[in-house]
Design a binder for this molecule. Structure first.
Ligand SMILES: Cc1cc2nc3c(=O)[nH]c(=O)nc-3n(C[C@H](O)[C@H](O)[C@H](O)COP(=O)(O)OP(=O)(O)OC[C@H]3O[C@@H](n4cnc5c(N)ncnc54)[C@H](O)[C@@H]3O)c2cc1C
Length: 339
């Protein structure tokens, strides 16, 4: 029997450390719990929010509805070929625990995504990515429960419509599906991706000549720890904005005006810019307004120094967006989900 908790303080449930009260909260520990929740009609017509580790949400007010916290566990092999293994993980598993499981079993594919905070179930929602790899690269399928009909639904890679930090679950199906498991196709013969960021330099510093997936995972963890603020110390949700994608013409204009601007041409002819660089060059790095601020080492990370409200963070984000638009003519889109 599911227990609906009332008037729950959400501060420990979000890595920004924002104080907000949820009218109701329910913990889902199995697929059966999820089915029971939908069948009970508990939340029919009520505002609801599926919540994993809370590392990509910003609460801007109390939540006058039901928070559905996904906590189911389990990782297992489902199928094996000569070169690959299908591994299914429950949505409530901690993402990094899954990555460590795959690394410890010698299965390649997820090692560059080491130490990304949050749960497995949220990974496909924004197609998490880091160090030249995106979740979609190893994604096989996922299982979800339709929160309206209560029906089970399986989604293939094509059906998820993955994009840069994007999927169907952020668009047409926003808030509609409760993902309860995700299956990945992993490689027994890992193809290491070392060309992005400082992975090669880190491996050199570790005196590793012939890296394994475990070495790559270690290198990524060590780079991340040195670069990103720990949410346990300073509230944050990682990159607050997406890297903007502009036309080739616009990128050329910017390059003429700012020769040092980093540009990343995309296969479709567009050009990705570094949001952090744009923000830094508007002078925001290290800026602080009461308890809301921009991290002194990472201009892309907005932080809560203690008692900032979600609205304080949003207000600061708006000022940053305006100044980037004014100086560079580029619109920054938020990566964080605002609740
Ligand atoms: C320090 C730091 C570094 C980060 N670095 C990266 C990075 O390198 N790359 C990157 O891509 N992201 C990064 N992030 C963002 C974040 O870790 C990811 O977006 C992560 O996948 C969020 O997981 P979560 O469980 O915390 O999701 P939550 O914040 O709980 O939820 C995020 C969204 O997913 C939905 N959701 C969650 N679980 C489910 C489910 N089971 N079914 C349906 N919908 C669900 C929620 O409703 C919400 O809309 C970082 C965050 C922090 C704090």
């Amino acid at each position: 029997m599911l227990r609906i908790l009332e008037n729950i303080q959400l501060k420990p449930y979000n890595t920004f450390g924002i104080s907000a009260i949820a009218r109701e909260l329910v913990e889902i520990r199995s697929k059966e719990d999820a089915v029971e929740l939908v069948k009970s009609g508990q939340f029919k017509g009520k505002l609801h929010l599926v919540l994993g580790g809370g590392s990509n949400v910003l609460f801007t007010a109390d939540f006058d509805g039901l928070v559905i916290n996904i906590l189911n566990k389990g990782i297992h092999r489902v199928e094996e070929t000569e070169d690959t293994v299908l591994v299914e993980a429950a949505a409530g598993e901690v993402w990094h625990d899954l990555v460590m499981w795959t690394v410890n079993h010698g299965l390649g594919g997820l090692e560059n995504l080491s130490l990304i905070p949050g749960s497995v179930g949220a990974g496909p929602v924004q197609n998490i990515g880091a160090y030249g790899v995106e979740l979609k690269d190893c994604f096989h399928s996922l299982n979800a429960i339709d929160l309206v009909s209560g029906n089970d639904r399986a989604f293939s890679k094509e059906e998820c419509r993955f994009g840069y930090r994007d999927s169907i679950f952020k668009r047409e199906l926003k808030g509609r599906m409760l993902i309860y498991s995700v299956t990945f196709r992993l490689s027994k013969v890992p193809m290491l991706k070392l060309g992005y960021g400082a992975i090669k330099q880190e491996l050199e510093a570790m005196s590793v000549n012939k890296p394994t997936i475990a070495d790559v995972s270690k290198a990524v963890c060590s780079i991340r720890i040195s670069k990103l603020p720990d949410p346990a110390v300073t509230g944050n949700a990682g990159s607050f904005f997406k890297n903007p994608v502009v036309s080739a013409g616009k990128a050329e204009d910017l390059k003429k005006q700012y020769p040092e601007i980093p540009v990343y041409p995309q296969p479709d002819g567009t050009v990705k810019l570094a949001a952090g660089w744009l923000i830094e060059h508007c002078g925001w790095k290290g800026y602080r307004e009461s308890d809301a601020g921009i991290h002194p080492k990472q201009a892309l990370v907005l932080v809560n120094y203690g008692n900032a409200s979600g609205l304080d963070i949003i207000s600061l984000a708006g000022k940053i967006q305006n100044s980037v638009l004014e100086k560079f003519g580029v619109r920054l889109e938020m990566e964080v989900n605002v609740a």
